[in-house]
Design a protein around this ligand. Structure first.
Ligand code: RIB
Length: 300
């Protein structure tokens, strides 16, 4: 069973030919909404990968609450600990251009009401060997408490240090497994503008210091990781992306599910990389998360 302590959003998505410059207005050619939020996306990905999933989060009492939870509900995730806040459901305001590039502004709203006490309650029923997955779209103090309590109970923690916040490096150091993109990893390692060689040497030295498993997603170049002293790499599929929103979350959820399903580390990484690629082929975060059978079909 995987517990996800994180955000639940409604994504409000405008398709534009190109992203506007600061101060510029561009015409959009389509608008849609989709369930999103890094926490909810990762929970759905883990569920679609076949893992049992419990979601801890908060939505409002507004019209976005039910649609934001609909796909998780349909997939059979346990939503019993999703609180109703007097604040609105979190929203993400997303522009996607014709090349699949995006910009996103997230308004936390109800996600910002998750407290350290909620973290305590979430972890109280967890036991050694369970998996807790976190991201940085809910208050840092609550993520910190969750990580601390999980350590006391012997729960395995997986943190995706996204979006990049001032607390990313500090919280990242507290988890067993860290998943970061290139920029996020630079923050964790405390060095900017890394070459591939710099990244490899930073992975080795950070791992030697902390013994954490470190995973860096590299977009079209796949993923590099260090686990129990060994470097691992995995490639995604060669694709023409239409929308990369949610691809990183798909990777995280599939990877955590692989751990839960006792796949060996390399296999978990490879399946997650393929799932992340497939998530780039459809629009919207949650609608694009592939089913396990579609991922398995694309594994070589
Ligand atoms: O990682 C993608 C997610 O980031 C979107 O679904 C959006 O809600 C933002 O939180």
């Amino acid at each position: 069973m995987i517990t996800v302590f994180g955000s639940i959003n409604m994504d409000l998505i405008a398709s534009v030919e190109r992203l506007p410059l600061p101060g510029e207005t561009v015409a959009g050619h389509a608008f849609t909404t989709a369930a999103g939020g890094k926490g909810a996306n990762q929970a759905l990905a883990a569920r679609r990968a076949g893992a049992g999933v419990r979601m801890i989060g908060a939505v409002g009492n507004d019209g976005f609450a039910e649609p934001a939870l609909a796909l998780l509900k349909e997939a059979g995730a346990d939503l019993g600990a999703v609180a109703r806040s007097s604040l609105p459901t979190g929203t993400a305001h997303i522009l996607v251009d014709d090349k699949g590039e995006n910009v996103i502004a997230v308004v936390a709203s109800a996600n910002g009401t998750l407290t350290p006490a909620d973290a305590d309650a979430a972890i109280a029923s967890m036991a050694s060997g369970d998996i807790l997955m976190l991201q940085l779209e809910v208050p840092a103090a609550s993520v910190e408490r969750a990580l601390g309590q999980a350590r006391v109970r012997g729960v395995t923690t997986v943190i995706n240090i996204a979006p990049l916040t001032a607390d990313a490096a500090r919280l990242g150091r507290m988890a067993d497994i860290v998943i970061a993109n290139e920029t996020e990893f630079e923050r964790l390692a405390g060095k900017d503008d890394m070459t591939a060689e710099d990244r490899l040497s930073a992975l080795k030295s950070l791992h030697a210091e902390t013994r954490q498993t470190l995973i860096v997603t590299l977009g079209a170049d796949g993923v590099i990781a260090i686990h129990e002293g060994q470097i691992h790499t995995a490639k995604g599929l060669k694709i023409e992306p239409v929308d990369t929103v949610g691809a990183g979350d798909t990777f995280c959820g599939y990877f955590a599910a692989g751990l839960d399903q006792k796949l060996d580390f390399q296999s978990a990484l490879e399946r997650a990389a393929v799932a992340g690629s497939l998530a780039c082929l459809k629009h919207g975060a949650q609608p694009s998360i592939p089913l396990a059978e579609d991922v398995n079909r694309r594994m070589v």
